[in-house]
Design a protein around this ligand. Structure first.
Ligand SMILES: O=C(O)CCC(=O)C(=O)O
Length: 244
């Protein structure tokens, strides 16, 4: 898909799938490291477990392996994020999201901070998300639910309501999905006995408070080897009079 086609789909539907955006070895490396991190954090603290104890997030991936430093800078991802959020957009959070066996569906929502905004949400995008698909999606394994075009509605979904225009993403390991932060979405229920793993590379405009303060959290060795692009994503260009 050309960049123009991807942008057109993103603008029309509020999301776009980039087929095979990761090489098989990138997808394997991301999955292996993410499985390792999830198991270690579950054993160590049991924190960041949700959806009745059947789902887990691993936060702050930029600090947790060089592969994540590289993958958050993928040019085809940044081109679409910059289309939505401006050339100086920054990283809001980078996480693993693991939907485990028997997890119920997550509620449909808008992404941070739009959920707590007065309605209607602003007409420009303030945040946008990226799914790095690390397991093939199927309707029964927690495939992300999304409502095409919903970012144009100007209001948030009612989490108690069923909507008949919800679709489930039909994507495979190695695909990447970019979506507008006001596109209604949520994880599906996982009725299988296998985990469904994704990464969420979440971006925001440079003037928006990121979900995690990347500038403060980034480890010194990550900063020392960061490319100019990664430094910008960590917020180095959006601070006034601090580190440069
Ligand atoms: O894991 C998913 O399918 C979606 C996760 C999600 O909606 C979120 O973290 O905002």
């Amino acid at each position: 898909m050309t960049k123009e086609d991807a942008v057109a789909h993103l603008d029309e539907c509020g999301y776009v799938v980039l087929k095979r955006a990761l090489t098989p070895s990138q997808a394997d490396a991301l999955r292996d490291r993410s499985v390792e991190l999830a198991a270690a954090e579950r054993a160590a603290s049991g924190e960041h477990i949700y959806l009745d104890g059947r789902a887990q997030r691993v936060w702050n991936l930029v600090n947790k392996g060089r592969i994540y430093e590289e993958m958050i800078q993928l040019p085809q991802v940044l081109a679409l994020q910059e289309h939505l959020l401006g050339d100086n957009c920054i990283l809001s959070s980078f996480t693993v999201n693991l939907i485990g066996p028997d997890a119920p569906a997550g509620r449909l929502h808008l992404d941070f901070p739009l959920g707590s905004f007065p309605q209607p949400p602003p007409s420009i995008a303030l945040c946008a998300n990226t799914i790095y698909v690390l397991d093939d999606f199927a309707p029964e394994n927690g495939a992300t639910r999304i409502v095409p075009g919903s970012y144009k509605r100007g209001y948030a979904p009612d989490p108690e309501k069923e909507y008949d225009d919800v679709i489930q993403l039909d994507v495979h390991k190695g695909d990447i999905v970019v979506f507008h932060g006001a596109t209604w979405h949520g994880s599906g229920a996982n009725s299988t006995q296998q985990e469904r793993m994704i990464l969420l590379g979440f971006f925001c405009r440079s003037f928006v408070k990121p979900q995690q303060d990347q500038f403060k959290l980034a480890r010194p060795e990550v900063v020392a080897r960061a490319t100019p692009t990664l430094k910008r994503l960590l917020g180095f260009e959006s601070q006034s009079g601090m580190r440069t």
